[in-house]
Design a protein around this ligand. Structure first.
Ligand code: NZQ
Ligand code: ZN
Length: 389
């Protein structure tokens, strides 16, 4: 286990009807709230009315910015920054999923910065503060409700990039599993794939003697593999959604990263896919992760065999551990298929002619590598796209 420094400051308020506490919780941060949300699901589900009445009952002044698209755009972030500066916003309340929350985080950090917010995503500047952000989560997926990261797409060049800073940890996140009941089947599949991916990225590490986090990750991965299909079958199953929602938060709040170094190559490759083709992040991961696994498993066959045995219950083949390792990858593909996800690029009509451009962008013209478990250069990224074909 390597040295670590762990702190996650986000207050989690979990359970039925907790969205009704939005006003009470928000009023601790000031009077002016920017309510930030997406394309309209919160109005269709009635959540908008509940949240605004809770905020009003607490005497708060509401400003609004809607229209966040999945794979949130920097242009709307800039609009949010303008509102924050002009209206002296005290708290940004993101009601939605990873896209809305990430947009809110970028607005929060950008609102106390004089330059252009995209500087944070290119590394040209580092955030030195942020307007506080809070969330009401409506889709368990990205884990952004208690992470320090934000992923935003710049329409100029369709670059999807991330930045991280402790300033954008949400101050509180309201998690009511009932809010997920209205999710379309496809978003359920994509969300659970992302949750699983966050644990897979952390699981494949070169750091040894990390038994506690190995075991916690295995439990978390199994929990998603069990409860993902349950919420697909019965979208009103509160208990199953509670498992999925809480696992989604734990999967990405960095507790499971303590003492180890995660990989993140698949995420970086996926961001090239969703940056260029605007597909759902979880959908891209279900395609990239199995291909990445096939490319890297020989680096540590024992760890892949352990994944197969402990997560999927594959019997260990002591004479041929490689066979066990490959069976684990196959079972993961079967899980994604069962959730209704594509596991090949051809299924989503992405063809070889885009591989070179994505590998070129992702590797910054072969000057940047991805991944920690195995370092991926441009050639390796191309090979993974080929395996995903
Ligand atoms: O826009 P609306 O109308 O609200 O519809 C949304 C959206 O179309 C819909 N939706 C959400 N909750 C709903 C609902 N529909 C009905 N009922 C509900 N309760 O779902 C669609 C997808 O929403 P989105 O926020 O895009 O999903 P997700 O949470 O998967 O977020 C994906 C984004 O998060 C980033 C991804 O790259 C992607 O841009 N990530 C952020 C991370 C972070 N900040 O820590 C880490 C992740 O690895 C990831 O990269
Ligand atoms: Zn993710």
């Amino acid at each position: 286990m390597i040295n670590f420094d762990f702190r996650n400051p986000t207050q989690i308020v979990f359970g039925k009807d907790t969205e009704m506490r939005a006003g009470e919780l928000a009023s601790e941060y000031g009077k002016n709230v920017l309510l930030h949300y997406g394309g309209g699901s919160i109005k269709r589900t009635g959540l908008y009315d509940k949240v605004t009445s809770s905020l009003k009952a607490a005497g708060l002044t509401i400003f609004e910015l809607s229209g966040v698209k999945p794979n949130p755009r920097v242009s709307l972030v800039r609009e949010g920054i303008r509102i924050c500066k002009e209206e002296k916003i005290d708290l940004i309340l993101a009601v939605g999923g990873g896209s809305v929350i990430d947009s809110a985080k970028a607005i929060g950090a950008g609102a106390v910065y004089d330059g252009d917010v995209w500087d944070f995503f290119t590394g040209a500047a580092t955030p030195e503060g942020a307007v506080p952000i809070a969330t009401i989560l409506t889709i368990p997926a990205a884990g952004s409700e208690s992470s320090d990261g934000s992923v935003v797409t710049n329409e100029e060049g369709w670059l999807k990039r991330a930045f991280g800073t402790p300033y954008v940890y949400p101050v509180f996140s309201i998690l009511n599993p009932e809010l997920a009941f209205t999710l379309p089947t496809y978003q359920v599949a994509c969300g659970t794939a992302d949750i699983l991916a966050h644990m897979i990225e952390r699981y494949f590490t070169n750091v040894t003697n990390v038994e506690l986090t190995d075991r916690l990750l295995e439990a978390g991965m199994q929990n998603i593999i069990i409860h993902g299909p349950r919420v697909l079958e019965d979208p009103q199953d509160y208990d199953a959604w509670a498992e999925v929602m809480w696992t989604g938060t734990i999967a990405h709040n960095n507790l499971l990263n303590t003492g180890r170094i995660g990989d993140w190559g698949s995420h970086d490759i996926e961001h090239e896919l969703s940056g260029k083709f605007d597909i759902a992040h979880g959908a891209g991961l279900a395609i990239i992760i199995p291909a990445w696994m096939k490319f890297v498993y020989s680096h540590d066959v024992q760890r892949f065999a352990q994944f197969a045995v402990r997560v999927f219950g594959v019997p260990m083949n002591f004479k041929d551990p490689e066979q066990t390792a490959l069976e684990g990858i196959y079972r993961l593909e079967e899980h994604f298929k069962r959730m209704g996800l594509a596991i090949r690029l051809s299924e989503v009509e992405i063809t070889e002619d885009s591989f070179e451009e994505m590998a070129e962008k992702g590797s910054a013209h072969d000057t940047r590598t991805m991944g920690n478990f195995v370092t991926l250069d441009k050639k390796a990224i191309l090979a993974i796209f080929k395996l995903a074909e």
